[in-house]
Write a protein that binds this ligand. Structure first.
Ligand code: NAD
Length: 282
């Protein structure tokens, strides 16, 4: 039976470390706020935004909420982002995605100052990550690296297979594993022989967005399996991209859904906010 990697516990450790760091920064008179912008009232987005605000309150960072109506225009949103770019006290800007269809997400992401891009989605942040320079790293992949390291899992020289090539999970994940000296294979919807490639993985990271797709036939005995997917099953229960019960019997370690990767994403967002506070004051 696999060891269950406890994302809730590890994310709590990280938030506690950050809370102490924020106390130290504040004792030195250093302050900062995270601006959280939501356009429209998508219920899933509202839950994510609330969790982010709660995490800010926990570690002691102020959060400024901008709840804009669905019919906000692209120009109005860009203007708000520009105003926040110029506000000294705002150290991080987060625009909750997805945005309504009439607003171009890329345009909005590119309008955020790279100094305040705590989601790590700006092309400059992505470029810095590719060449190993300082910058914000997108939160879900950064959280997975922390989960693995803090669980004592060796990464150097391991074969890591990533399923998925999205800009927010698959691609940055592969690059971060490369940075950790893993040998990396990226797979996607056009990949042939997916089970065969996955069975070569020492570490399998699944970010395909397909509920309970990955079963035992994809797993090498003793592999580490990280499940990024989040879905509701037919009984409305949360589940991932992996068939947890059957994979748990073969893997050496596995993340559950919920309680695996999810909580790490918010902890790493907080980490990026604290990084922004530190750099701004340096
Ligand atoms: P996406 O839809 O943008 O990308 C999915 C990727 O999977 C694509 O690159 C596609 O090529 C690949 N794929 C699809 N079907 C495949 C197949 N049959 N074989 C091989 N590859 C296939 O999704 P995303 O934004 O990367 O998110 C992936 C999942 O992770 C979703 O379930 C999402 O909800 C979840 N997610 C979770 C968190 C978290 O914090 N836990 C954060 C982001 C995303």
């Amino acid at each position: 039976m696999a060891v269950i990697i406890d994302g809730k516990k590890i994310s709590q450790q990280i938030k506690d470390e950050l809370k102490e760091k924020v106390e130290r920064l504040q004792a030195q008179g250093k302050k900062g706020a995270l601006a959280v912008i939501q356009v429209g009232a998508d219920p899933a987005s509202s839950v994510y935004v609330r969790n982010k605000k709660n995490a800010c309150a926990y570690i002691g960072i102020e959060s400024l909420a901008y709840e804009l109506p669905e019919e906000t225009t692209e120009d109005e949103l860009l203007q708000l982002v520009n105003e926040l770019n110029d506000k000294e006290e705002v150290k991080g800007i987060l625009v909750q995605l997805p945005l309504p269809a009439h607003i171009c997400e890329d345009k909005v992401i590119q309008a955020i100052s790279p100094r305040k891009d705590v989601d790590g989605f700006h092309p400059q942040s992505v470029g810095a990550m590719v060449i190993g320079e300082k910058g914000f790293v997108s939160c879900t992949p950064a959280g997975i690296i922390q989960l693995l390291k803090r669980s004592g899992i060796e990464l150097a020289g391991k074969h890591c297979v990533v399923i998925g090539r999205s800009n927010i999970v698959g691609k940055p994940m592969a690059l971060l594993m490369l940075r950790e000296n893993a040998t990396v294979t990226i797979t996607h919807s056009k990949t042939k022989n997916l089970p065969e490639i996955c069975r070569q993985a020492d570490i399998l990271i699944v970010a395909m967005g397909k509920p309970q797709f990955i079963g035992a036939e994809y797993i090498k005995e003793g592999a580490v399996v990280i499940d990024v997917g989040i879905h509701r099953d037919e009984n409305h229960k949360l589940c991932g991209d992996v068939k947890f019960e059957e994979v748990e019997r073969i893997a050496s370690a596995i993340t559950p859904v919920p309680g695996g990767v999810g909580p790490m994403t918010i902890a790493m967002l907080m980490n990026n906010c604290v990084q922004a506070m530190e750099e701004e004051e340096a």
